[in-house]
Ligand binder design. Structure first.
Ligand code: DGL
Length: 307
């Protein structure tokens, strides 16, 4: 039994779509989430910049003392998974990224082996989805399209996710994919499930949307189980989103940093921008208030080199 928290991060709100799924299947796990809203979007920046941000985020989670790190951002996964997994592997902290689980889910969902992939400019330019899907099944044909404006729209909040402007942009990005004969569209950005309605509408019928969230949560569960890192069952006295816990500094994020004893699961949120802006958006995505457990994080104070 190990009640240290799982770390989850994204450039902003998108990783909450992954956190939600982890929480659904692993309700006993404490989670510390960092949304780098002060520096979002990552996907239009250079791979070097994305790596630097990702390394700083990783440093924060090492200070927290997480037992497993989830890179809930395709762009960070595409640009920096290898070095992060290498450095943390040496420290005994497993790392789960979002690209391979999502690609595996898309490969098993397609019937005609024509798979669309949408993501940020950096993710699509990296070619990682073409490579990983090709390794999974060399007969899969991949039709990739960068959709950079979806991230800022998603970050604007629920009022924009189904807005007419989002529909026009989705039509512009996705109209061409309709003609390719794909039967599956992989959402290669963790923000995109928030725009699932407009994305489906732009594609018309007959194309299944696949997000990586469920597959990533299953991977987290499998890794924790295989490594004997699962949390104990929830003790008396509540816990969950919004629960207060002792401590609260980065080293105690989640209220249980480093502890392996029996405690209630805690969810704590950090953002590099305004907690007041983050809190209602977080609540809208998770379907429950994030409350007082959203804290501001000065991410610039963390080293941009891996240990
Ligand atoms: N959610 C991030 C991803 O999956 C969005 C990246 C961005 O900030 O552009 O790639």
């Amino acid at each position: 039994m190990d009640n240290r928290p799982i770390g989850v991060f994204d450039s902003g709100l998108g990783g909450l779509t992954v956190l939600k799924e982890i929480r659904r299947i692993l309700p006993n796990e404490s989670i510390v989430y960092f949304g780098d809203c002060g520096r979002t979007p990552y996907g239009v920046k250079s791979p070097e910049t994305v790596r630097r941000y990702t390394f700083q985020n990783t440093r924060f989670f090492l200070e927290v003392g997480v037992k497993l790190l989830v890179i809930a951002c395709n762009t960070s996964s595409a640009c920096a998974y290898g070095p992060v997994a290498g450095a943390l592997g040496g420290l005994g902290v497993p790392v789960v990224e979002v690209i391979r689980p999502g690609a595996a889910a898309a490969a098993s969902a397609t019937r005609n082996r024509r798979v669309g992939v949408i993501g940020t400019a950096a993710t699509i330019a990296s070619g990682v989805y073409v490579d990983v899907l090709g390794e999974t099944d060399p007969d899969i044909q991949v039709f990739a399209k960068a959709c950079p404006l979806f991230v800022p729209i998603a970050e604007e909040g629920p009022g924009w996710w189904d807005h007419v402007s989002a529909r026009i942009i989705a039509e512009e990005y996705l109209g061409g994919l309709r003609e390719t004969g794909i039967d599956v569209l992989l959402l290669g950005c963790t923000h995109y499930p928030l725009l699932g309605g407009v994305i489906s509408a732009a594609l018309g019928g007959g194309i299944m949307l696949v997000s990586s969230a469920q597959a990533v949560a299953a991977e987290v569960s499998a890794r924790l189980g295989a490594l004997g890192l699962c949390a104990g069952s929830e003790s008396e006295g509540g816990g969950g989103v919004g629960s207060e816990s002792e401590g609260g500094g980065a080293g105690k994020a989640g209220g249980e940093g480093g502890s392996r004893g029996e405690v209630s699961p805690q969810i704590r949120f950090y953002t590099s921008d305004s907690p007041e802006k983050f809190e209602p958006l977080c609540g809208a995505i998770l379907g429950e208030p994030a409350g007082a457990c959203v804290q501001k994080l000065d991410i610039d104070k963390y080293e941009s080199r891996l240990p």
